[in-house]
Write a protein that binds this ligand. Structure first.
Ligand code: HAM
Length: 417
C-alpha cells in the first residue's frame, strides 16, 4: 500500500523541533505576562469575509494566499492566515470594549497561507501573536516593541534588525496616496505588473510592497510616507522613537516599510535576521486604529505584532527534550509487572520515565536506555526479584550502582534519583 504523505508546505514537528516550539511558547507566556498580557484562543477557521474586510482585498494574503472553501451549506470559510482579524472579531463579539479599558491579549497557533514553500516559508506555520486595544498613546507603541525585543533577547537572539516606520493616519494618508498615484502615472506605469496597474489607483501603498523586481525598481524613488505625515502623526512617531532611544532599543528608520496587510496606521515595525536565507522577517506588527470599527466594533485603537515560530526555530536550532528521570530495565520475565507498579508509584510522586514490557539482556537494556536519554536506569533482574529489591544505576552522576529494597527506594526516591 502506498504511504499517505502530508500536504505540501505542512510539517510534522517531532520532539526535538517541538521542544523548541514549547520553549518559545513558555518564554513568550512569561515575558508577555510581565507586560500584563493574557491568553486568548480563537478558532482556526473563520468566515472568509472577516479576512477580506479586515486584511484588505488587494493584499497578496487575501488575493492569493488564503485556504478558502465552502462548508456543506455553501458558506465560505477560510483557515486563518493571521491572528489579528480573529482576535478583533472575538473582542468585538464579546463586547470587551469599555471606555478607558485597555485589553491585552496574546494568542499562539497555526496560521495558513498558500505561498510557495521554501526555507522559513510554510503553508502551515505558527505565530506568537500579541494585540492591545483601547489606547492610541505612543507609549503603547514603544512598550509593545519593548516586549517584543525583550522576548527575542530572552530566547537568545541578538543579531536582529528592527525596522520602523509611520504610515500616517486617515487624515494624512489620502494626500500621500495622491502623491504616489501621481508618481506612478508619471513614471513607467505600463511596466508595473498587472496587479500593481490594477491597484495603483485604489491602493497605491500595495505597489510599494510588491515583490516583482520591476515594480521594486519603479518604486525606488517614490515619495516617502514620512515626508507626508501630518503634525499629529509626526509627534506620535517622535515620542515612539525617543522612548526607544531612551530604552537603548536600536532601530533603523525605513520609509518603505508598508507591511503586507491593509489595516495598519501610524507605527509599523519589522524585525529581521540575515541568518535564515531569503525569508528574513522573524516578526512584524504595528498600529491598526481603524480596524475594530471596520469590523463592527467601537472606534477603539489597537496595536500588535506576530513572530514567526518556524523562523525563530531556524535561528535557534533543534533542542534535545529534557531527559526523563528513569527507565526500568527488566532482565527477568517475572519482574515485568513489578516494573510497571514501580513506574506507576514513581510517576505518582512526580517522576517521569518508562518501564520495559519485556525482559532483555542487561547489555541490550542499557543500550536501549542510552538512546532514551534518561537520568537513571533501575534494574530488575532475577536476583533483585528474589530479594524484593532494585538496582539503581545513575547515567549522569559518578555514582556506584547500588541495590536496595524496593520499599526503601520508594520511601526515599529523591535520595536515589
Ligand atoms: P505578518 O508580517 O504577515 O504579520 O506575519 C508575521 C510573521 O509571521 C512574519 O514576520 C514571519 O516571521 C511569519 N510568517 C508569515 N508568513 C509565513 C509563512 N508562510 N511561513 C512561515 N512564517 C511566516 C501578521 O501576520 C500580522 N497579523 C502581525 C500583527 C499582529 N500586526 C498587528 N498585530
Amino acid at each position: 500500500m502506498s504511504k499517505i504523505q502530508k500536504i505540501k508546505g505542512f510539517a510534522d514537528l517531532f520532539p526535538k523541533q517541538s521542544a523548541v516550539f514549547s520553549f518559545l511558547e513558555e518564554t513568550a507566556k512569561r515575558v508577555f505576562g510581565q507586560y500584563s498580557f493574557s491568553e486568548l484562543r480563537t478558532p482556526i477557521l473563520e468566515k472568509t469575509e472577516l479576512f477580506t474586510k479586515g486584511i484588505g482585498e488587494d493584499t497578496d494574503v487575501v488575493g492569493k494566499e488564503m485556504f478558502t472553501f465552502p462548508d456543506k451549506k455553501g458558506r465560505m470559510l477560510t483557515l486563518r492566515p493571521e491572528a489579528t482579524a480573529g482576535v478583533v472579531r472575538a473582542y468585538v463579539e464579546a463586547n470587551e470594549y469599555q471606555p478607558g479599558k485597555i485589553s491585552r491579549y496574546f494568542t499562539f497557533g497555526a496560521m495558513f497561507r498558500y505561498e510557495r514553500p521554501q526555507k522559513g516559508r510554510q503553508r502551515q506555520f505558527h505565530q506568537l501573536n500579541a494585540e492591545m486595544f483601547g489606547t492610541a498613546a505612543p507609549q503603547a507603541d514603544a512598550e509593545i516593541i519593548f516586549m517584543l525585543t525583550q522576548f527575542l533577547h530572552e530566547i537568545g537572539l541578538e543579531k536582529l534588525t528592527v525596522e520602523l516606520n509611520s504610515l500616517g493616519c486617515t487624515e494624512c494618508r489620502p494626500k500621500y496616496k495622491e502623491s504616489l498615484i501621481k508618481y506612478y502615472r508619471e513614471k513607467d506605469f505600463d511596466k508595473l505588473c498587472e496587479d500593481c496597474q490594477r491597484r495603483s489607483d485604489t491602493n497605491p501603498l500595495r505597489v510599494l510592497d510588491c515583490k516583482n523586481p520591476t515594480c521594486q525598481e519603479i518604486v525606488k524613488d517614490a515619495p516617502k510616507v514620512t515626508e507626508h505625515i501630518c503634525v499629529d502623526c509626526a509627534e506620535h512617531f517622535k515620542v515612539v522613537c525617543s522612548l526607544l532611544d531612551e530604552a537603548g532599543v536600536e532601530y533603523v528608520l525605513n520609509p518603505r516599510l508598508v507591511r503586507g496587510l491593509d489595516y495598519y496606521q501610524r507605527t509599523t515595525f519589522e524585525i529581521s535576521s540575515q541568518d535564515i536565507g531569503s525569508q528574513t522577517a522573524v516578526a512584524g506588527g504595528g498600529r491598526y486604529d481603524g480596524l475594530v470599527k471596520q469590523l463592527g466594533g467601537a472606534d477603539v485603537a489597537g496595536i500588535g505584532f506576530a513572530c514567526g515560530m518556524e523562523r525563530l526555530a531556524l535561528l535557534l536550532g533543534e533542542k534535545e527534550p529534557a531527559p526523563r528521570d528513569f527507565f526500568i530495565a527488566v532482565t527477568d520475565e517475572l519482574a515485568i509487572n513489578t516494573a510497571q507498579i514501580i513506574a506507576l508509584k514513581l510517576r505518582r510522586m512526580g517522576y517521569s520515565g518508562e518501564a520495559s514490557y519485556t525482559s532483555a539482556s542487561m547489555k541490550s537494556a542499557l543500550r536501549y536506555a542510552d538512546k532514551l536519554s534518561v537520568k537513571n536506569v533501575l534494574i530488575l533482574g532475577a536476583d533483585e526479584f528474589a530479594k524484593k529489591s532494585v538496582s539503581i544505576k545513575s547515567m549522569h552522576k559518578e555514582k556506584a550502582q547500588e541495590t536496595v529494597l524496593i520499599e526503601t527506594f520508594l520511601g526515599a526516591a529523591k535520595d536515589y534519583l
